[in-house]
Ligand binder design. Sequence first.
Ligand SMILES: [Mn+2]
Length: 354
Amino acid sequence: MRLRRLRDSMQKNGIDAALITREPNILYFTGFRGGTYLLVPLDEEPTLYVYGVDYEAAREELSSIDIKLLRYEDDPNKIISEKVAELGCRSVGFDFLDAKTYEKLGKLLGTAAELREVDEVVWSLRTVKDEEELKLMAEAAHLTELGLEAALEALRPGVREYEVAAEAEYAMRRNGAEGPAFETIVASGPRSAYPHGWSSDRTIREGDLVIIDLGAKHAGYCSDLTRTYVVGKPTEKQLRLYEAVREAQEKALKAVRAGVEAGEVDAEARKTLETHGLAKYFVHGLGHGVGLEIHEPPRLNQASKAKLKAGNVITIEPGVYIPGYGGIRIEDTVLVMEEGAERLTKAGYGLSVA
Ligand SMILES: [Mn+2]
């Protein structure tokens, strides 16, 4: 199915063979985690080139793909260029090649075939999730919620940030996640003002703002969820900031639908924060695509011209970060629909730790 969609796009783009090298792309097209090169000709069986470490697993798991063993003494560029010549391909599209490989392979192909980067073609497929992917992503979101629940249970004055992160990751893993989709962020007190914080050994204190940003990885698929809490009774200011970020997220979520420009959704959140005089503290883009990777297209930021499509899975994560004081971020992973958005992460809102 996915290979058929790839071939349709190849045909449209005048590509005779696709050379796929990025691991998540190989996984996307074959269902196999591993392999070094996947060569997909327009009208012949694909070949997956694997080193010995992946050979048996690939032979067991893949039936309609030809598996070729790469030996360390082989020059994979030579093997691929010979295969391309044998197939008579005139244009080879690739997702990613490092400069050295690009040069070598280009030389070997010579004038017989043109080498063209077609990363966009692959992303245009991957960014629109199919039924099976959406099911796995909903499961990943649920595992993430279980992680957040465990983090909340651990959250109290006197505990260290990394202890809270550890509880979250343990709960996700225990419930079947492959692991965290990224390093869990527990950032408390003034550290919550770092948008890309990490979990340090800081001891959490009464009255601290605490940002918890986490995600489970499930069957290759990522999820992304952030909530912010206050340990103890929130102050007026903390509540005011929280409500502003919540409102910004709600307005942005309402703007999400197929056909809308990603930059416009970002603008909704930014405009809302502006009415509270907080836009200058919103120092990152509103969100990003999620899938087999935690950060995928489409990007949602002020410069983003990408049009959202039904089937995109994206995050909506406005935040305000006041240096020296603290920060608040609220993030959900959502599915873009023809007429709106559906939250995949369903954790409740609220600043107080229940
Ligand atoms: Mn995110």
